[in-house]
Ligand binder design. Structure first.
Ligand code: FUB
Length: 461
């Protein structure tokens, strides 16, 4: 009987573990609302640049941009907000969509924001020495402004070295950039939208009584694959779906190719995409309103994996809760930042000038889930954390494979003398573990109280 019960318990544990493993991975960021994803791969790491929707917002009143990165597509590191409206002396509102690109070791982040100089939207460019900044306004003024339509810049450097900027809502503009990446080579041109190129003519020429194949709206994403140029965009009016056009030429002869992410219940009336290849897979980033409390002005970035069709066209990509699978493992024997994880509940992230980003707003029952920890053949012996608490602290339970999984370590967090007075604590690993596992760091403590802040953790053998 005892044996039977034990077997049942193991099966239940495995089942719960599997359910959690298969459960939601989208939206990929749960600590803040994020929007308008722009992915880029640099030096083996995938970075995604996002907007930041304010909690409980009733419009796109956005103040800053954020950066996240991954090495395995499931655990994301929060790099905070290295660029905000304050970075641009001319900007005062609407920190909307942008994209960052590397050239000659510098990182150029093109964004749009409201300009107090012209009382219109404007395109700005910030520059940094690393993909996570710090960034500063590269020219101290907008790259171009004077039109409400000037939003959503996308940037691409062609094989020959010519860089292009596309942007606009509902007109589609483009300009060539000089090699310095911070000045326009010539004038701003308008792409002629046609039924053949984009599903409908230019916005001003559209007729109310005609049902067009599609309509370009905003959020262009421009790149090249093989010999073909791709322009993906939010289309169809509000609510938006994602469609695309292709060409053999970077600035003309676009051909409308159809929808990629058709209209469906994503909980947000806008959508905005970015595409990137990483570790042999192709990924489609977009946003939804699917995080709890989310909606049209509280959006969250999500990602799907896809395969191009043989002829280079896109398949239909539907949003999923599950998101994408891992393409790597995480080493638990090196310091892991607490702000690196696959999923979280209840917590937020904060910046600190000395220690960088850390995890805050930890309450009883909150947790972070870190995926694909490779413990190797031998079980770890000890577990270390860096934590800070101005109050009484609490506990961290280290559970394996599910939120109800076996507790392999338990660490008591004490009062440290301040919310940023960091203390390193150690505990022994009490149950042996080997191989690759997900780990849930479950926080316990006095109900309703902020318990502690969390900077990093690691195991030792
Ligand atoms: O995030 C603000 C605006 O919403 C973006 O600029 C558009 O692309 C839409 O996603």
């Amino acid at each position: 009987m005892k044996k039977k019960m034990k077997k049942l318990a193991v099966i239940t544990l495995l089942f719960v573990g599997l359910v959690y493993k298969l459960s939601a991975q989208n939206p990929i960021i749960q600590t803040w609302y994020t929007s308008d994803p722009a992915p880029v791969v640099y030096d083996g790491i995938l970075y995604v640049y996002t907007g930041h929707d304010e909690d409980k917002a009733d419009f796109f009143w956005m103040n800053e941009w954020r950066v996240y990165s991954t090495k395995d597509m499931v655990n994301w590191t929060d790099h905070g907000s290295p660029l905000a409206l304050e970075s641009f002396a001319w900007a005062d509102d609407r920190a909307w969509a942008g994209q960052c690109i590397e050239r000659h070791g510098k990182f150029y982040w093109y964004v749009c924001a409201h300009s107090k100089l012209t009382n219109t939207m404007a395109i700005g460019v910030a520059v940094g020495d690393s993909p996570i900044g710090p960034f500063k306004d590269a020219i101290g003024k907008p790259l171009c402004d004077g039109e409400w339509a000037y939003i959503d810049p996308t940037v691409f450097i062609d094989d020959g070295g010519q860089a292009y900027l596309y942007w606009g809502n509902p007109e589609l503009f483009y300009a060539e950039l000089n090699e310095d990446m911070i000045s326009l080579k010539g004038k701003v041109s308008i792409i002629k939208q046609t039924v053949e190129g984009f599903g409908a003519p230019n916005p001003k020429e559209r007729q109310r009584d005609i049902k067009y194949m599609d309509t370009y709206v905003e959020g262009p994403w421009f790149y090249k694959r093989g010999r073909k140029y791709y322009l993906l965009y939010a289309a169809g009016g509000v609510p938006e779906h994602i469609a695309y056009s292709m060409s053999d030429n970077p600035v003309e002869s676009w051909k409308y190719m159809g929808e990629i992410m058709p209209l469906q219940d994503i909980g947000s009336f806008t959508n905005h995409c970015g595409v990137v290849d990483y570790k042999g897979n192709s990924y489609f980033f977009y946003h939804t309103g699917k995080l709890p409390g989310g909606g049209g002005f509280c959006r969250s970035v999500a990602v799907e994996q896809f395969n191009y069709n043989k002829d280079g066209t896109f398949p239909i990509i539907n949003p999923t809760k599950e998101g994408v699978g891992p393409v790597g493992v995480l080493n638990p024997y090196r310091r892991v930042e607490a702000e690196t994880f696959a999923f979280s509940q209840g917590v937020k992230s904060e910046p600190n000038a000395k220690t960088g980003v850390y995890i805050s707003e930890i309450h009883d029952g909150d947790y972070i889930k870190v995926r694909e920890l490779d413990f190797g053949k031998q079980s770890p012996k000890a577990f270390y954390v860096a934590v800070a608490s101005a109050l009484r602290g609490g506990m961290i339970e280290v559970r394996i494979d599910s939120i109800e999984g076996v507790v392999i370590a338990n660490i008591a967090v004490t009062h440290t003398g301040g919310w940023e007075r960091w203390k390193r604590l150690k505990t022994n690993v009490q149950e042996s573990v080997a191989g690759v596992h997900d780990v849930y760091l479950v926080f316990r403590g006095r109900k309703g109280c902020k318990l502690f802040n969390f900077d990093w953790w690691k195991f030792t053998k």
